[in-house]
Design a binder for this molecule. Structure first.
Ligand code: ACO
Length: 321
């Protein structure tokens, strides 16, 4: 059967790291409050020379190298971001130009923190229907550019970064590698709980992120547990078969609560929120690349990806590496 197989991963972070103590010099907060409520200890913040496209291109190059393929073989780039370089063209096309692999398909997906899950499922469908053979799926963000740096309830939570995977259509055995199942959801009625108060068609400005954190937290735990159960039900596998969960890194407490709901041991959950904070669409591929490169995630492992974000949008994918 034809499946989309993850053959390489890569990631990129801005050069500048900002600790909680440094943030406490700008807004009325403390390292203790941030660590206790979120698990975040530091985040990386892009400087004026670093853009979503530059971070994405760096992550893509690392993923191509890990997969052992040349950029010219890539026929599809799906890039998830809520912080594109420009309103248009799509940042994916800028990455395509930087990699020198023009002519194929390249577009952005906008599902905020769930963006990578939406991009992965989209690329998987396109590969399985033969629209391309090899794809780059990227999550990249510069959320620092849409934060209200005077709002302590949000500015401490986010960071910048990018992660990428190479996805290849391969003819594999039933128990072979590849994406096994994916589920996506959206519920637009919850827009006001997490949104940016600007945009080209409304205010004509970029705007700032606004969030009702407590409400988001409550919905995240319920929605994520439900979608993980749905994805498992699409396969013959159970929660006990999962080797690793690579979740969206929003908050250590959401990760713990979701793992508890599914009876998953916390040792199986890849956590990078302490180092990267919430990098929105970049967080899942960044965490995946971290765990692949430090040797935790290996070929043959069953890995669950999950995320929830603004919209609300949420989703999960199960893949054998
Ligand atoms: N430093 C110090 N105090 C703060 C800070 C801060 N950075 N931010 C808020 N406070 C204060 C508040 O003003 C409030 O004070 P008050 O009681 O005097 O009014 C108090 O801390 C408690 O505020 P809450 O908002 O109730 O704190 P809560 O325990 O809910 O934690 C948090 C807030 C961390 C945002 C939590 O609700 C959360 O993680 N929600 C999930 C949101 C999220 O992760 N969103 C990311 C995008 S969506 C996604 O990725 C799933």
């Amino acid at each position: 059967m034809i499946r989309s197989v993850i053959t390489g991963t890569g990631s990129a972070l801005p050069a500048k790291c900002v600790t909680n103590a440094e943030l406490a010099e700008r807004v009325d907060t403390s390292d203790d409050w941030i660590v206790e409520r979120t698990g975040i200890r530091q985040r990386y913040i892009a400087d004026e020379t670093e853009f979503t496209s530059t971070l994405a291109t760096k992550a893509a190059r690392a993923a191509l190298e890990a997969a052992g393929i040349d950029a010219s073989e890539i026929g599809l780039i799906v890039l998830a971001t809520a912080t594109p370089d420009h309103t248009f063209p799509a940042t994916a096309t800028q990455v395509q130009a930087a990699l020198g692999c023009g002519g194929g398909v390249a577009f952005d997906v906008q599902a905020v923190c769930s963006g990578f899950l939406y991009a992965l499922a989209t690329a998987d469908s396109m590969l399985r229907t033969g629209m391309a053979q090899k794809a780059l799926v990227i999550g990249a963000e510069t959320f620092s550019r849409i934060l209200d740096w005077e709002d302590r309830t949000t500015c401490v939570l986010f960071g910048d970064g990018a992660g990428a995977v190479v996805l290849e259509a391969q003819d594999v055995a039933e128990d072979g590698p590849g994406i096994l199942a994916s589920r996506l959801h959206a519920e637009g009625a919850h827009k006001d709980m997490l949104y940016v108060d600007g945009g080209p068609s409304t205010t004509g400005t970029v705007g700032h992120l606004r969030m009702k954190g407590r409400e988001v937290f409550r919905h995240a735990v319920v929605n994520l547990a439900d979608v993980l159960t749905e994805v498992l039900a699409d396969t013959d596998l159970g929660a006990e078969d999962i080797d690793w969960v690579v979740p969206h890194q929003a908050n250590a407490r959401i990760l713990d609560a979701t793992a508890r709901k599914l009876d998953l041991p916390t040792e199986k959950v890849v956590v990078t929120v302490d180092r990267h904070a919430n990098t929105s669409a970049a967080s899942v591929p960044l965490a995946l690349d971290t765990a692949v490169r430090d040797g935790r995630i290996k070929a043959g492992d069953l890995v669950m990806f999950e995320a929830m974000g603004g919209g609300f949008t949420w989703g999960a994918s199960l893949a054998r590496m």
